[in-house]
Design a protein around this ligand. Sequence first.
Ligand code: ATP
Ligand code: MG
Length: 595
Amino acid sequence: MLFVTLRETPAEAEIPSHQLLLRAGYIRRFGSGLYAYMPLMWSVLQKVSGIVLEEMDATGAQECLLPQLQPSQLWQESGRWNTYTKAEGIMFSLTDRGDRELGLGPTHEEIITTIARETIRSYRQLPLNLYQIQTKFRDEIRPRFGLMRGREFIMKDAYSFHTDEASLKETYAAMDRAYRNIMTRCGLEFRPVDADSGAIGGSGSQEFMILAEAGEDEILYTEDGNYAANTEKAVSLPADVEESPFSSYEKLATPNTETIAKVAEIVKCSPTVIVKNVLYEVIYDNGMTVLVLINIRGDRDVNETKLTNELTKLAPQYKAKTIISLTVPDATAQKKWATKSLPLGYIAPDLDDDYISASKNVAKKFLRLVDRTVVDAKNFVTGSNEVGYHVVGANWGENFTLPEILVDIQEAKAGDRAIHDPSQTLISARGIEAGHIFQLGTKYSKAMEASFTNEQGKTEPLWMGCYGIGVSRLAQAAVEQSYDKDGIIWPVAIAPYHVIVIVPNISDAEKMAAGEKLYEEFKQAGVEVLLDDRKERAGAKFKDSELVGIPYRVVTGRSLSEGKVEVVKRATKESQDIPIESVVETIKGWIETES
Ligand code: ATP
Ligand code: MG
């Protein structure tokens, strides 16, 4: 076999799992987010896929394989072509020799909905759940961490079709159970969390987070186990507002107080009494730029995922469908539309619309949004639109007009009280999103006219769900959760091989023969085994076996003279001598209990 390990840690790899997979020869890099799965990696991926397949089949889902090259016209129909191919869109697109536009599948809602509209006629055919395991392509903005965020990666995606919401919820619950089984069987420590539905759309969704420090996502949960959510989605009760020390409206000189902390210090009030005014610039898919002014409590931050969702809802107001970008405008960006320099750090809720220059691609007025945290603010402190000054003792209706659009976009954070039980506080953890399940509802079926005839003979749109699992990401996440200074410690169920038989000295004929015999016996017993009969030092072979992370090591060494072999468990490094006749049965037993 091809077996090449590296002594040095490759400089390009930042996190342990990426370093170890490269060093142990599991993957090789070809470009940003592009990797070859070497035979050992492929073996792990096949194991993970096998578990996924079994659990999917157990729910009654059916496997299929859909085209990766997808005609643009289908994505036009669903309204996603522009969002997915322009600006920060993640779909690779191309034009074929006949001048037809195609996208390289980042996901398959359009394809599957087309199949449904052409094949599903009646309620009698429902419910239905189709899935595939396939390479997906995504032109990620920041590919990194090896297989964690690749531009080409393996995903299992399933799509279900239903007559109504109740049926969708049943399948969603079955998929939830299947995902928990998959994670458990793969030997992972995980947490299902409430999630934002993002560009995929729909109502409810849940992510399956593999807990690890290197995770890109933050999770907030409560100790009682009754609440867990991705920070993007999490809700909380912020600390109570303190009473304002001001009772009359006044303008105060507050030099050099561009931050909330400095304002609070100089005017001597709690940040909860301050109304912070945050400016965002959003560009919609029709090229329209809108300046957004948000009023939010001084001690809270804007959650940009929630803000994006609100701005997407408001898109029709600007004759647009979706958002292309959302940023806090820097000096250069401000130059494009500001008529004069903005009183940054001192903005008030009534910042005048004449700061925006007349242009057909820029909305003339600020889009003013008020966050729930400041709707009831009394005698508050805020900017004055004049650099170096704030106002205190301000009130909505007296000094400022309360914006009409009320939003709930504050970011929940660790230490906040939980909504379901205010005696519980939110705790933060990091996780790797390995799976995501969605109740899509009728978003795609309505857009693409996929319908069925119900029992009364009436035509209705199909209800849909979709369910993804990152097979390649999950495999690497398993390493991120399980390694030591010497290498990978694979959970037995997804290890590339169960056992490695090492012959320390291949010139010793007796030890060599014993190794070869054991190797055959393990194979006969259905145990996946490697034989290390390389002409290498014993120490180097031991090191390699630890790096590669095979769960059980069998050595035909010194104890052979007593009819025994040395057996070492990779996870604990625990070593014992076992009689040669019973070693196969013993290890086979361990494998069965472990996987
Ligand atoms: P992320 O938020 O990490 O970008 P996503 O929410 O876009 O992921 P989904 O569309 O929900 O991902 O895809 C389903 C699953 O596919 C994810 O839960 C994840 O495990 C996996 N996945 C998504 N993007 C990548 C990627 N670039 N590389 C590897 N796996 C990925
Ligand atoms: Mg997701």
